[in-house]
Design a protein around this ligand. Sequence first.
Ligand code: ZN
Length: 283
Amino acid sequence: MEQNNRQQTIRKETLIKGVGLHTGRKCRALFKPAPENSGIKFIRVDLPGRPVLEATLKNVVDIIRGTTLGINDEVRVYTIEHVLSALNGLQIDNLTIELDDNEPPVADGSAQEFVKALRECGVVEQNAQKNILKIETPLEYTANQTLIRIDPSDTFEIDCEITYDHPMIKQQRFVFRRGDDYPKEIAPARTFCFDYEIEALKKKGLAKGGSLDNAIVIGPDGIYNPEFKLRFDNEFVRHKTLDLMGDLMLLGQPLQGKITAKRCGHGHNIKFIEKLMEQLRGE
Ligand code: ZN
């Protein structure tokens, strides 16, 4: 998939059902084509007035173990990053996602099911040109051991590296460029956590829908999942790339630039995007 110059949406609707990773609630997500220049929007069709949440940075209200959108105090959509990543990977600019609860289905913890459903509908070009955000000035975000920087490039690329003090992960690096096969190389990479984190997550009311069907759970000696097999040797860093591609959709326009990310995660991703927006606004 080369960089597409025209905006894209899908040809027809498609429905995905399942439970949310953190809330554990059943949800139906109906993906619908949307007009040019309308962007990505979530609609809570179960609430009075069907509130619309645009997938943009200004609507991000929480970044603990996932990216959450919200408006006012009560309207929320949790864990949007895997859906948004699929849209980034397929270069879809305009889409409406109708939800009848507060978190899209987690599926298998990757973006594979979304990619499959959207491709089956057909991704179609629209008339308007893409409004590409071309990076002209480098920008660097650092916090503790995390670094995320962006440099000018003639395409969109991510060079992602993770470092964990665990024999199964240690250091992994993965490079993705626009034109690489997102559906094959990134979409299947599943979310992961460590066994010792689960209790704490549940105490915070998170990961209620989490199970060995939708997350890789890592213990001291290996992974707990019954098939005991990773989809890639470096599935973990591929998933971090997947998440970052999802969060970058919150810019509201396709990005042209080279991102280097070390030890990134949702909190840092969002702070990096905030800093980037400030620079672009000239603050
Ligand atoms: Zn994720």
